[in-house]
Write a protein that binds this ligand. Structure first.
Ligand code: ADP
Ligand code: MG
Length: 341
């Protein structure tokens, strides 16, 4: 069973969206998945239509031993995808559990009781590095970090890496960063391409090849209590999360994936020994952010396996046939034009 925490102390980077839709896509690929909403804001729970009231069975009452695992696990609209919902009471956990000697391991302990026939536990985390987040880090083996491909993407990542390292050294040795997800990618902007280069420079092969593009359908789906696959099967969001899930699955059999040796190695690394020191990423600053040759980057087809970022001629042809949704159009033309001007 793989236990993954989707982690970034910044809000709005795509953690919840990733947990919900990656989970649904893993189920499509035949895996049994349990999602755990560790965020008191309960966005993941709401995404699946669970608006928990105080005193209802939730992760909070599970952590307090008031309800059993069977009582708190809820179904979703996807067969095979279940969730332990959060509740507003979770906000008090940090204070409530502060005096407990096992305060870092309360979540790990309750998740040890989950049925062994599950393939994945995927945890959504709050936008902080507080006690709840550390509990989720102690219950996980793998960390996926979503990074928004925008100017401040790498700001704060140093602190995030230090925290993962600390937890790995002192509380949960197997914990490793095994995936970095470039989220809300907009191929039409030069900046997104530059930030993506920075992310790849720092994290190397741990960056998933799949880029999760900006797609308004992803923002709409939670309002319907469904993952993107059930909301709009044909949109980019569905294609991207399906591609991401396929990559995540491919990590299960590293030997069969010679094109991802570093990531496979991270998974195979024995649980002993402290994590090696990682250099901290250099965030772009206004001083270092200068238009450079990266402006000439072009996104080559196929894009996440979707054939909508074609040659320039084809894109112009498509545009002359009428407007599409901006986020559904291929488009590095503006960037290339900017570079050549
Ligand atoms: N790829 C995307 N394209 C467009 N909107 C997105 C995308 N990913 C997330 N969003 C939207 O951005 C907002 C923040 O995303 P969310 O997953 O809640 O971030 P976090 O959990 O890190 O705070 C939400 O409104 C969500 O619907
Ligand atoms: Mg969230």
């Amino acid at each position: 069973m793989r236990k993954i925490i989707v982690l970034n102390q910044k809000g709005g980077v795509g953690k919840t969206t990733t947990v919900a839709n990656l989970g649904a896509c893993l189920v499509e690929l035949g895996r049994r998945v349990l999602l755990v909403d560790v965020d008191p804001q309960a966005n993941l729970s709401l995404h699946f239509g669970h608006d928990m009231q105080r005193d209802e069975p939730s992760l909070y009452s599970l952590l307090r031993d008031e309800h059993s695992l069977e009582e708190v696990i809820r179904p979703t609209t996807v067969d095979g995808l279940r969730i332990i919902p959060s509740s507003p009471d979770m906000a008090g956990v940090s204070v409530e559990f502060a005096g407990r000697s096992d305060r870092l391991f309360v979540l790990r302990k309750v998740l040890q009781q989950v049925p062994t026939d599950l393939d994945y536990i995927v945890m959504d985390s709050p936008p902080s590095l507080g006690l709840l987040t550390v509990n989720a880090m102690c219950a996980a083996q793998e960390v996926f970090i979503p990074l928004q491909t925008e100017f401040f993407a790498l700001q704060g990542v140093g602190k995030l890496l230090r925290t993962v390292r600390l937890v790995s050294q002192q509380a949960n040795k197997p914990l490793r960063i095994t995936g970095v997800i470039a989220s809300m990618y907009d191929s039409r902007t030069c900046l997104a391409q530059e930030i993506l280069s920075d992310i790849r420079k720092h994290f190397g092969s741990r960056v998933f090849k799949t880029l999760v593009r900006k797609n308004i359908r992803l923002a709409e789906a939670p309002g319907f209590g469904r993952p993107i696959t059930q909301y709009d099967e044909t949109c980019n969001g569905t294609a991207d999360y399906r591609a991401l899930a396929a990559e995540v699955l491919a990590m299960e059999a590293p030997a069969a994936q010679p094109w991802q040796p570093a990531r496979a190695q991270a998974l195979q690394t024995p649980a002993s020994g402290p994590q090696t020191q990682e250099p901290e990423p250099q965030a772009r600053t206004p001083e270092t952010h200068r238009p450079g040759p990266e402006h000439e980057h072009r996104i080559l087809r196929p894009f996440n396996g979707v054939d909508n970022v074609g040659p320039r001629e084809q894109r112009f042809q498509n545009r002359s046939q009428g407007p599409g949704r901006p986020d559904e159009r291929g488009g590095d033309a503006q960037c290339s034009a900017a570079a050549s001007s």
